[in-house]
Design a protein around this ligand. Structure first.
Ligand SMILES: Cc1ncc(COP(=O)(O)O)c(C=O)c1O
Length: 382
C-alpha cells in the first residue's frame, strides 16, 4: 500500500526523508494518459518496461489503458496481478524457453513477435497458432530518435514479405510492428516508417489487420523541447491513410515514456556539499540511470529546506550520486539555490520513465519508498 500525503511539502515536514522518495502525482498520470487515449488513432499498449511500479501501473490502468506491452513473463504476471482484466502482449522476440506457452495457457496472451525466421518454429511449438497473432518486427530507424531501437531487433524491410508469409503459413494471424526509437523528436519519423511498412506490405498477396508503430513518443526535458503529442497523432493519422490494411485494420502504439514520465518525481536529499559540488542520496545507479544514455541531460527541479521552498539567487552545481564510483555524476550542472546545504531536499520532476524500472542497489544505496499525493492541484516541477 502506497503512503499518501497532501503534497511534497507535507511529505517533507512529516518525514524529513533520508532516502530518496519517489512521488506519484495521480492527476498528472490521469490527464496525460487520457490525452494519449483520446488523441492516438488506434489501440494504446503501455510499455511496462518504462515504469513497472505497481502504483504507476494502477494510475495508467485507472485512466483507461487496457492493453500492455510486456517484455517478459514476469511483466505479464505483474500486469495480471495489478491490472485485472487487462490484455497482455508478449512483444519481445527473445524469451526463456517455455514462457510463450505459459503466457498463453496461464495468462491468455495471444500476441507475440518474431524478427527472424529462426524465431518462428520455437514460438509455434509453444502456442496455438490458430489462436494467436504474430507480429513481424521490422527494423526502421530515423535520425530524430535519441536512441535507435532497430540496431538489435528487427528484420530488414526487404525480408518482411517472406517473414509475414511464413507467419501466415503457420496458421497464425500475421501482423507488422516497428519501433522508430525512443525519444523520437520529429513526428515525420512515424510517417517515414509507416511509408516503409506500406512498401513492404505491397509485396505480399494478402492484407494484414494490425500495424504496431511502437513507442518513442517523447517528453520535453530542460534543454530538449519536443513537439506536442497532437502533432505526432496528426502526422500518424495522415500517413496511415495511405495504408492498405484489411477492413477492420487498426494501428497500435506502445508508448512508455509518454505515459510514464510526467507524473513522477524523485525527492532527494543533500548528503554533502563541497563548494560547487553536491552529493545526493540518489544518482546514476539509482533513478537517474537514463541520463547515462539519453539525449536529455537534466530533469526540472526545485529545492526545499524543512519542507519550505528555497528561493533566491542560484548557482550551477555539479551533482554526484552517493556511490564510490566516480562516473556517478549527472551529465550537466544543475542550477540550485546558492545557499543549498546538507539536509536540504531537491525534487526532480519528469522522472517517471526509465528511472524506477532500472535502478540498482549498487553500493547498498536503494530506496523503495513510493508515495502518492492526494491534493488535486499538486504538480511536480516542470
Ligand atoms: C519494443 C518496445 N516498445 C516500446 C518501447 C517504449 O518506448 P518509449 O518509452 O520510447 O515510448 C520500447 C522501448 O525500449 C521498446 O523496446
Amino acid at each position: 500500500m502506497t503512503d499518501s500525503y497532501e503534497n511534497v511539502e507535507e511529505l517533507l515536514r512529516a518525514t524529513n526523508p533520508q532516502k530518496p522518495v519517489y512521488c506519484i502525482y495521480p492527476r498528472v498520470y490521469q490527464d496525460r494518459t487520457k490525452d494519449f487515449l483520446d488523441g492516438f488513432p488506434g489501440r494504446v499498449l503501455y510499455a511496462v518496461k518504462a515504469n513497472n511500479d505497481p502504483g504507476v501501473l494502477k494510475q495508467i490502468f485507472e485512466a483507461g489503458v487496457r492493453h500492455f506491452d510486456c517484455a517478459s513473463l514476469p511483466e505479464i504476471e505483474l500486469i495480471s496481478r495489478v491490472c485485472p482484466g487487462a490484455t497482455m502482449y508478449h512483444m519481445n522476440p527473445v524469451r526463456y524457453e517455455g514462457d510463450a506457452r505459459r503466457a498463453q495457457e496461464e495468462y491468455g496472451v495471444r500476441h507475440f513477435v518474431v524478427d527472424h525466421h529462426s524465431g518462428l518454429a520455437p514460438l509455434i511449438d509453444e502456442i496455438d497458432p490458430k489462436n494467436s497473432v504474430i507480429f513481424a518486427r521490422m527494423a526502421v530507424s530515423h535520425e530524430s530518435a535519441l536512441e535507435n531501437l532497430s540496431a538489435k531487433f528487427g528484420a530488414r524491410p526487404e525480408n518482411i514479405p517472406a517473414l509475414l508469409t511464413a507467419i501466415s503459413d503457420t496458421g497464425a494471424e500475421p501482423a507488422l510492428a516497428f519501433n522508430v526509437g525512443t525519444g523520437v523528436t520529429d513526428p515525420e519519423a512515424y510517417a517515414y516508417a509507416i511509408g516503409v511498412a506500406k512498401d513492404a506490405l505491397e509485396q505480399i498477396p494478402f492484407q494484414i489487420r494490425l500495424l504496431d508503430i511502437g513507442g518513442g513518443f517523447p517528453k520535453s526535458y530542460p534543454g530538449l523541447t519536443v513537439p506536442s503529442l497532437d502533432e505526432y497523432f496528426a502526422r500518424i493519422r495522415s500517413a496511415a491513410e495511405e495504408l492498405n490494411l484489411a477492413d477492420n485494420g487498426e494501428l497500435l502504439a506502445e508508448p512508455g515514456r509518454a505515459l510514464s514520465a510526467p507524473g513522477l518525481s524523485a525527492v532527494t536529499r543533500v548528503l554533502l556539499r563541497k563548494t560547487d559540488r553536491i552529493y545526493l542520496n540518489d544518482g546514476i545507479y539509482g533513478a537517474f540511470w537514463e541520463l547515462r544514455f539519453m539525449g536529455h541531460l537534466l530533469y526540472p527541479c526545485r529545492s526545499f529546506r524543512n519542507g519550505t521552498p528555497l528561493a533566491g539567487e542560484t548557482k550551477a552545481f555539479k551533482i554526484f550520486g552517493p556511490t564510490c564510483d566516480s562516473t556517478d555524476i549527472l551529465p550537466a550542472r544543475v542550477a540550485l539555490p546558492a545557499n543549498i546545504e546538507v539536509g536540504d531536499h531537491i525534487e526532480f520532476g519528469s522522472l517517471g520513465a526509465y528511472s524506477l524500472s532500472g535502478r540498482t542497489d549498487f553500493n547498498g544505496f536503494y530506496s523503495d519508498n513510493v508515495v502518492s499525493f492526494t491534493n488535486k492541484n499538486a504538480r511536480p516541477p516542470e
